[in-house]
Design a protein around this ligand. Structure first.
Ligand code: MIC
Ligand code: SF4
Length: 642
């Protein structure tokens, strides 16, 4: 049997373990990326590890999330990140240079390499043939320090593409189709590898749209082969030397195969409030639109914005619609400025924002109450836009632009022939906003503004644990629910005591107060607990509030790892009926937790409120993870934290 592309890359990076589905392996990480919202913690942790210089071949720190600067916090954090980068051998992509995943694919993506990023959409780089994985900041810090990355070998799914996309149908519709079929938990524990004849019809940025939103499937990562299209793209970026052809063996074996005929796809949209609520755009005809937002790491490439400009050219945004556009990178921004497309967008009435995440993470442009907002982004979780009752639909750039013109959700197919956008033979390359690290690192003093507070540390796991169920939630709880973002809260990412006040705010505003009053406790969850963002704050802040264990029906991968890293025990219901038997407020007692954790796969809990009813919850922690939990988290092994 031949090798899948994924196994080929992983086997070249294997440090420990065997490539067998479900087994824990350790892989060498060639490159890392961080962004500012997760980066401050990651670099505090990196400093704690005490290595004088990153051991990766390339590490880049991006400023793209926290750029509103409504107070001193963001700017202070940027200064911290710039000085840390300079001192420890890290490249620093300044605010305004673009969204990390877009800039990474343009300037740093290299086929066959491994990339670990403290952002869940790191797999975007799979569009250029990398194995790119999102993780918590602490895992990225460890990788920068030369440590391996641990994961259980996922199942490998071949997505076999045939045919060619029809007029007006886009790469966004391909990934929406997968979300429709598989749901937001359909990719958990899997890597999606794309193959088949249809691959050749997709450009690298189009592939990036698909790999980007593999994160919404819950997948570990997604990857495309490296072929002629990859070569063309790298050549146009002036990086032909980074090209290597890469593909799976013809007789490679897969755990699952999914067929998609590109020619049969239609334009799709994800309805509020989950990326898997997918319907045909034609079914939404007549829904009135208040806002259209174009951009994000999913859909802000040169071709995307040229498409929008071509649709808007000579026309005006509907009077009742606010159209906002954020170009994905300075490269895209500059190129559309030079070729006149930006002027067409401005003339149409579009509001142009800087090249950052912006509205995608609730940094401005919150829609009006009850608004319908069409976004080319990747997540439409309730409240993420900054307006709790806004209805967010995820769409392609084509659907977004068509709807901005008509004021109603509009199938772009009704506009006639689609514009033909040519990929440039040469992109405008200017890396002057990526600052190289200092050649005299000992002279660099790391700047720490008052927003940067020391990392909290947890005590070791005691012999027994007792605590109340502080909150019981349902399925598909996102890390946006656990630790919301947005312009009010994101600036507090470097200050755990301050940010912890907002834990579970949208579900239960009294959560943090109650947790502190009760001296901590437990959280009960449903399926796919902790899906979405990689933010380790969704573990770190609950840890600060004294959360000792989360008992859920199943967990999302990154959040599971983050809970372990911060010493919170992730436990799984063995008997699903127990979920219904336990109520919020019940007091649970685990008398032998320390012993049972090492000796068996089940932990006994007694419900003191319900006549000492006994439950067994399982764990699927590896020995390495058990050790971390017992220590009270990975940080306890790196004691010298400020
Ligand atoms: C997101 O899209 O939710 C974010 C903001 O990019 C996060 C990272 C973060 O919370 O800082 C992600 O996807 O990992
Ligand atoms: Fe930024 Fe949105 Fe992409 Fe997250 S999903 S990295 S917030 S653009």
């Amino acid at each position: 049997m031949g090798m899948s592309l994924t196994y080929r890359i992983l086997s070249g990076h294997l440090v420990a373990g065997n490539l067998k589905t479900g087994e824990e392996i350790a892989i060498k990480i060639d490159r890392t990326l961080t962004q500012d919202a997760t980066g401050t913690m990651a670099y505090l942790q990196f400093e704690a590890i005490g290595v004088p210089k990153v051991k990766t071949e390339l590490s880049v720190s991006y400023i793209d999330h926290n750029t509103l600067q409504t107070g001193f916090e963001n700017a202070d954090d940027h200064r911290f990140l710039q000085t840390v980068a300079s001192k420890y051998g890290i490249y620093y992509s300044k605010g305004g240079n673009g969204i990390c995943h877009q800039v990474n694919i343009e300037r740093f993506g290299v086929p066959g390499k491994t990339l670990l990023g403290s952002d869940s959409h790191t797999p975007t780089a799979g569009g250029v043939g990398m194995i790119a994985i999102g993780a918590g900041g602490l895992d990225v810090a460890v990788a920068m320090g030369g440590g391996a990355f641990y994961m259980n070998v996922p199942k490998i799914v071949l997505v076999r593409l045939t045919g060619k996309l029809s007029d007006w149908v886009s790469a966004k519709d391909v990934i929406l189709e997968l979300l429709r079929r598989l749901t937001v938990k359909g990719g958990v524990g899997k890597i999606f590898e794309y193959g088949g004849e249809g691959v050749k019809t997709l450009s690298v940025p189009e592939r990036g749209v698909i790999t980007n939103m593999g994160a919404e499937l819950g997948a570990t990562t997604s990857v495309f082969p490296s072929d002629e299209k990859t070569m063309e793209f790298l050549k146009a970026e002036g990086r032909i030397s980074d090209y290597t052809p890469l593909e799976a063996d013809a007789d490679a074996s897969y755990d699952e195969i999914i067929d998609i005929d590109l020619s049969s796809l239609e334009t799709l949209a994800a309805k509020p409030h989950m990326p898997d609520q997918v319907v045909k755009v034609s079914e939404l005809k007549g829904v009135k639109v208040d806002q259209v937002a174009i951009g994000s790491c999913t859909n802000s490439s040169y071709a995307d914005l040229m498409t929008v400009a071509a649709i808007m050219k000579g026309k005006k945004v509907h009077p009742d619609v606010s159209l906002v556009i954020s170009p994905g990178s300075r490269q895209v921004f500059e190129m559309i400025a030079k070729n006149g497309a930006l002027a067409d967008l401005i003339a149409s009435g579009a509001r142009i924002l800087e090249s950052t995440c912006g509205p995608c993470i609730g940094m401005g442009q919150a829609p009006r109450s009850g608004a319908v907002s069409l976004r080319t982004f990747n997540r439409n979780f309730e409240g993420r836009s900054g307006t709790k009752d806004a209805k967010i639909y995820l769409v392609s750039v084509q659907t977004a632009a068509a709807s901005a013109l008509t004021g109603y959700i509009t199938d772009p197919g009704t506009l006639g022939k689609s514009p033909e956008i040519k990929m440039p033979e040469k992109f405008d390359v200017d890396d002057s906003m990526v600052l190289p690290p200092s050649t005299n690192p000992e002279e660099i003093e790391v700047y720490r503004g008052p927003n940067i507070k020391p990392l909290p540390i947890k005590e070791k796991l005691p012999e027994a644990v007792v605590g109340k169920v502080l909150l019981k939630v349902g399925d598909n709880i996102t890390t946006d629910h656990i630790m919301p973002a947005g312009s009010r809260i994101l600036p507090l990412r470097s200050n755990i005591p301050a940010i912890s006040k907002y834990v579970f705010e949208s579900i239960d505003p009294l959560f943090s107060e109650r947790a502190l009053k009760e001296g901590g406790g437990l959280v009960l969850g449903g399926e796919n607990y902790g899906q979405g963002s990689s933010r380790e704050h969704a573990a770190l802040a609950p840890m600060y509030l004294g959360v000792k264990a989360v008992i859920a029906k199943s967990f999302a991968r990154i959040h599971f790892a983050n809970l372990v890293n911060f010493g919170i025990l992730p436990l799984i219901f063995e008997n699903m009926a127990d979920y219904d038997k336990i109520e919020q407020g019940d007091e649970l007692y685990a008398p032998y937790i320390l012993k049972e954790l090492s000796e068996c796969k089940r932990i006994t809990f007694i419900n003191k409120t319900k006549g000492n009813a006994e439950y067994k919850f399982k764990h699927n922690l590896t020995d390495r993870q058990i050790k971390i939990i017992k220590e009270g988290g990975l940080l306890n092994e790196t004691k010298s934290v400020r």
